[in-house]
Design a protein around this ligand. Structure first.
Ligand code: SF4
Ligand code: SF4
Length: 226
């Protein structure tokens, strides 16, 4: 099946197309912090309890104050107000301009031709540079306190979201996206994701620099009105 054929295939509201060239991106306004994606990922890939290939960061919303955005949230909570929350599913977005790939000294991380960012376990030396380089907290080091990692003082082997490439190879969406009750994880081309967010009247949440990392400068423009 070609990318064009896949692009024309509407699979569900959140998963629009799969496979080569796909992007994965959250609709922050749809996320209700239920944790369904975390469970779906762990059940699919049998990850350890402390290995979060996807996690949800929830922020209490305040208002802009003299110290910056959200600076008044503590005061508002103390005053008995109930500022809203923003929940952000964090995982590897398989960035177009992936900083993790740039900083990895052993080429263990690669941006593949089909768009996925992959990890070669046999090349990873556990330096954790990728953890510093990734703006989205995606790299995980589940073995950093165990076994040889502990003995030799390395971070162990890096682990992260694979984009469920094996599922996408058979035209299934990533488990997190397929099982999200509110379709808060969008999968498809950059254009499909931008269109879906616009249809939902949802913002893209991240700042311009982050959008250029995730989508590249050209495709980031697709989101510029949101
Ligand atoms: S920078 Fe982070 S989110 Fe982007 S490809 Fe690397 S690990 Fe994934
Ligand atoms: S921990 Fe592994 S994948 Fe990450 S930068 Fe170091 S060698 Fe590369």
């Amino acid at each position: 099946m070609t990318q064009d054929e896949r692009s024309g295939q509407v699979m569900s509201q959140g998963v629009m197309s799969t496979g080569e060239g796909m992007r994965i991106f959250p609709d922050v306004e749809a996320c209700i912090d239920c944790g369904g994606c975390v469970v779906a990922c762990k059940r699919t890939w049998d990850r350890e309890i402390h290995n979060q290939r996807i996690d949800i960061t929830t922020m209490a919303e305040g208002r802009a104050g003299p110290q910056g955005e959200n600076a008044d949230k503590t005061d508002r909570l103390a005053a008995g107000e109930r500022p809203g929350e923003t929940s952000l599913p964090m995982q590897c977005y398989h960035c177009e301009n992936a900083p993790c790939v740039s900083v990895c000294p052993t080429n263990a991380l690669q941006k593949e031709d089909d768009g996925f960012v992959s990890v070669s376990e046999d090349l990873c030396v556990g330096c954790q540079y990728c953890l510093s380089g990734c703006p989205f907290g995606a790299p995980q080091f589940p073995d950093s306190n165990e076994g040889t990692a502990q003995l030799f003082g390395t971070g162990g082997i890096m682990d992260k979201c694979t984009g469920c490439r094996e599922r996408q190879d058979v035209q299934k969406g990533p488990a997190c996206a397929e099982e999200c009750a509110t379709d808060a994880i969008l999968v498809g081309s950059a254009g499909e994701i931008a269109d879906e967010l616009e249809k939902r009247d949802s913002g893209s949440f991240f700042n311009d620099e982050a959008m250029e990392i995730i989508f590249g400068a050209d495709d980031a423009q697709l989101f510029s009105d949101q």
